[in-house]
Structure formats: C-alpha cells, structure tokens
Ligand binder design. Structure first.
Ligand code: CAA
Length: 260
C-alpha cells in the first residue's frame, strides 16, 4: 500500500519505514502520524517481516518534531487528543511484538526524539542531533518525552535537556545512553540493517518475550520484575525454538528457528 507521508519498503525480512516529508524536515502532523501507524501495522502484520527500521527522508532530518504550524492555533481541547494520538502510536511502536530500530540520520528533535525513544534501539549517524526543544515554544514534550527520556538517561540529565532545550550531538547522545550506536553517515543504513539481520536470525518468540520482559519489568519494582521474568523464561520452554536452539548448540550446528 502507498502512503502519502511514509515509504514502506521491504528488504528480505526487514521492513524499512521512512518518514517522507523532507521539505518540513519530516515534521509530524496528524496525517504523517496516521501514515506512520498504518505502515507500522502493515509491517507488523506481514509474516515475512522480522524487524522494523524507522528512518527519515532527506539528508537533514530524522524528524524535526511535531509540526509547529499544525499546532500553533490549537486550543487545550484540541491539544489533548493530539498528544494522546502521538502517545498512543508511539506506545504501539514501543510494545510491538517485533523489534523496531530507529536509524537516526539527522535532527531528532521534540516528537522526533520521542519517536526514536519509542523504538527499541537507536542507531545514530555521526551527524545526528537529539533534543527536546519544546520549552523554546512555550510547551513541554507531549509524545512521551518527559517519561521516556528520564527512563533512558536518568532524571537529572533529562531535566537538563528538557529545561534547557539544548541540542546534543550523536557522541554525547551515545555517552548518556540516548543513542545505542554511532556510525559514519554513509554507513547508517548498512550498519542498521546488519544489526537488524543479526536480530532477525534469532528465534522471533525469544526476541518478542525478551522485549516484553524488559519493557514490563522497567515499570515494576525489581522483585515483581524478576517474577515476571521467571514466568516468561518458563514460557520459552513451551516453544519449539527452545528445543531447536538447545539441540542445535549441543549438535554443534546453527539453529533453524521457526517462531513456534
Ligand atoms: N514543524 C514544522 N515545520 C518545521 C519543523 C517543525 N517541527 N521543523 C522544521 N520545519 C520546517 C521549517 O519551518 C522550514 O520550512 P520552510 O522551508 O517552509 O520555511 C523547513 O522545515 C526547514 O527548516 P529550517 O529552515 O528551520 O532548517 P534549519 O536547517 O535552519 O534548522 C532546525 C533546522 C534546527 C531543525 C529547525 O528547523 C528547528 O529548530 N525546527 C524545530 C524543532 C522543534 O522545535 N521541534 C519541536 C517541535 S514541538 C514538539 O515536537 C512537541 C511534542 O513533543 C509533541
């Protein structure tokens, strides 16, 4: 299916979703968000797809934020469903039962940084820039930034970034735990696909369950988190992939996972 503001391509078992509004640095309005959601759902529902990659079109931006022109005249009654819409779509990405990698090719600001944070892993090009500049506009982050940023980088650093609106480079983002890998500009997609392929080679059920255990566990206290881990660990032993993975190891061969 074709979307107006998003490209969805497949490369074997990878789905590459490109936010495609480069003239506005891929800023997110309601149409862009709807297209993003539809593309994410299509990739999720495609049984051939093991890993999703989200990136931005053009040389400059991953996503430069929510669309400021679109928001300018909003009333509080309009701003509430708007923030809820963005939050819901990003939560869907965060909880998707397939891994999602952000390939951050340029500015990841405001809603763009929040989109990257909703992904499981952030691979940044050396020229990527991250920030939550909303206070410059008299607002606060509204697509999960006040919640996901402190969970990723800690309370003090999140406050530093959100209160100042400062933009940080890729190396700084990696140092504070906002970017998970930094790669040369012209290697961004190749390195991201390499990582995605290494994940795709594993049993999809184990990846799905590991993602659930990490995401759910972070919302629980440690004791409840390890309880949850124990349940999910036990569940792995109900899968054919566990039998195959352990058998293959002992037979000194590569496993052939089926996702069952
Ligand atoms: N919304 C709407 N349009 C945007 C945009 C945004 N977030 N970011 C960039 N654009 C548009 C610009 O208006 C400009 O359009 P025109 O060519 O029609 O004038 C075009 O994209 C190119 O941008 P610039 O000319 O500004 O490019 P630059 O290289 O000089 O600067 C930039 C790049 C530093 C990223 C700058 O564009 C910028 O600061 N953008 C806004 C970043 C921002 O504040 N993001 C947060 C938005 S609020 C938010 O996201 C709330 C939330 O949490 C939900």
């Amino acid at each position: 299916m074709a979307y107006e503001y998003v490209l969805l391509e497949k490369d074997g078992c990878l789905a590459i979703i490109t936010i495609n509004r480069p003239k506005a640095l891929n800023a997110l309005n309601a149409d862009v968000l709807r297209d993003l959601q539809a593309a994410v759902r299509a990739a999720h529902d495609d049984p051939e797809v093991a890993v999703l990659i989200i990136t931005g079109a053009g040389e400059k931006a991953f996503v430069a934020g929510a669309d400021i022109a679109f928001m300018q005249d909003m009333s509080p009654q309009e701003a509430r469903p708007w923030t809820r819409m963005g939050q819901a779509i990003f939560a869907e990405i965060e909880n998707l039962d397939k891994p999602v990698i952000a390939a951050v090719n340029g500015f990841a600001l405001g809603g763009g940084c929040e989109l990257a944070m909703a992904c499981d892993i952030r691979v940044a090009s050396e020229k990527a820039r991250f920030g939550q500049p909303e206070v410059n506009l008299g607002i606060i982050p509204g697509f999960g930034g006040t919640q996901r940023l402190p969970r990723l980088v800690g309370k003090g650093m999140a406050k530093r970034l959100i209160f100042s609106g400062d933009m940080i480079d890729a190396a700084t983002a990696e140092r504070i735990g906002l970017a998970d890998m930094v790669v040369p500009v012209d290697e961004l997609m190749a390195k991201t696909k390499e990582l995605a392929m290494s994940i795709a080679a594993k049993g999809p059920t184990a990846i799905k369950l590991a993602k659930a255990a990490i995401n759910r566990g972070l919302e629980l206290d440690l004791a409840a988190g390890v309880d949850y881990e124990a349940e999910v660990f036990a569940l792995c032993f109900a899968t054919a992939d566990q039998k195959e993975g352990m058998k293959a190891f002992l037979e000194k061969r590569k496993p052939e996972f089926t996702g069952k």
